[in-house]
Design a protein around this ligand. Structure first.
Ligand SMILES: Nc1ncnc2c1ncn2[C@@H]1O[C@H](COP(=O)(O)OP(=O)(O)O)[C@@H](O)[C@H]1O
Ligand SMILES: [Mg+2]
Length: 265
């Protein structure tokens, strides 16, 4: 397989009437109502909604790891019928292998895909630098902070240069300061690589701070009830929270959650 670390790709994602019903031994559970959605090539889209509304379910379907119950997901116009390989995924739990160093965790992807070892190692070292981990490549996961582990997870998700990056509450377990730093660094990386990103969060500030567009979901079984185009210049400063337009976007989303009864303050 050829591997050119210089080329960045992104993909167009389209879902039509996508829903999910889980079949369990106790019966059927509607997890996601039928929704239509589209993510443009190179767009950063966040999905925000209350716990249990179906966010992770939707992400797993976009990854091709879970079949849709109804509807079709198309990647660059082709219906998704098996797990996407051209994808990087970051979960809330880092899921790193504790017996592999940071760099070897990142290289796992390229080894599985049988990419050229030397080119992959060079790329991994470059990625470590971009992720602020230049001195951490040889450390094991238990020698890294939570934020550093998530950075390694991000490196692992990007090393094979996928066109789609899926992130499921990646910063959910991190403290506020680390989270802010990660947000900033993710934006910097995204501005360079321009992957198509679906970012799941339950933080209103994170969604607005990072995204070109925010899809707001109702409580479970959820559906997309509003789409907000975030028209804020990039790169966005750390103090973006003080920006008047940002505050208006955030108030708007909080208003939706209040209307839904998800937020009672
Ligand atoms: N494997 C499963 N089997 C049965 N029900 C599930 C399964 N996974 C998730 N669910 C249910 O589907 C709904 C949506 O779950 P999920 O997608 O994890 O929501 P979110 O990520 O928004 O918190 C919830 O009611 C959850 O309990
Ligand atoms: Mg979830």
């Amino acid at each position: 397989m050829t591997f050119n670390p210089q080329i960045s790709h992104s993909a167009h994602i389209k879902g039509t009437s996508v829903s999910k019903t889980y079949v369990t031994k106790d019966g059927e559970v509607l997890a996601l109502q039928p929704i239509d959605f589209e993510i443009q090539s190179g767009e950063f889209v966040s999905l925000i909604g209350p716990s249990g509304c179906g966010k992770s379910t939707l992400m797993l379907m976009v990854a091709g790891l879970l079949p849709t119950t109804t509807g079709v997901i198309e990647i660059n116009g082709t219906p998704l019928e098996k797990p996407l390989t051209d994808v990087g995924i970051v979960f809330q739990d880092h899921l790193l292998l504790d017996f592999r160093t940071a760099i070897d965790n990142i290289l796992l992807q390229t080894q599985i895909r049988r990419f050229d070892e030397e080119a992959a190692r060079q790329k991994a070292n470059r990625l470590l630098g971009q992720l602020g981990l230049e001195n951490a490549g040889k450390r094991y996961p238990n020698q890294l902070s939570g934020g550093m582990r998530q950075r390694v997870s991000l490196g692992r998700a990007l090393i094979h240069d996928p066109s789609v990056l899926l992130m499921d509450e990646p910063f959910g377990a991190l403290d506020a300061i680390t989270r802010t730093q990660m947000r900033h660094d993710l934006e910097t990386l995204w501005l360079e690589k321009r992957k198509t990103v679906l970012f799941i969060t339950h933080s209103v500030e994170e969604a607005i701070g990072l995204s070109d567009r925010v899809l707001v979901m109702s409580a479970g079984p959820g559906k997309i009830i509003e789409e907000i185009r975030v028209d804020l210049e990039r790169p966005r400063p750390v103090e973006i929270g003080e920006n008047k337009a940002f505050i208006e976007y955030a108030d708007h989303v909080y208003g939706i959650f209040r209307q839904l009864g998800v937020l009672k303050i």
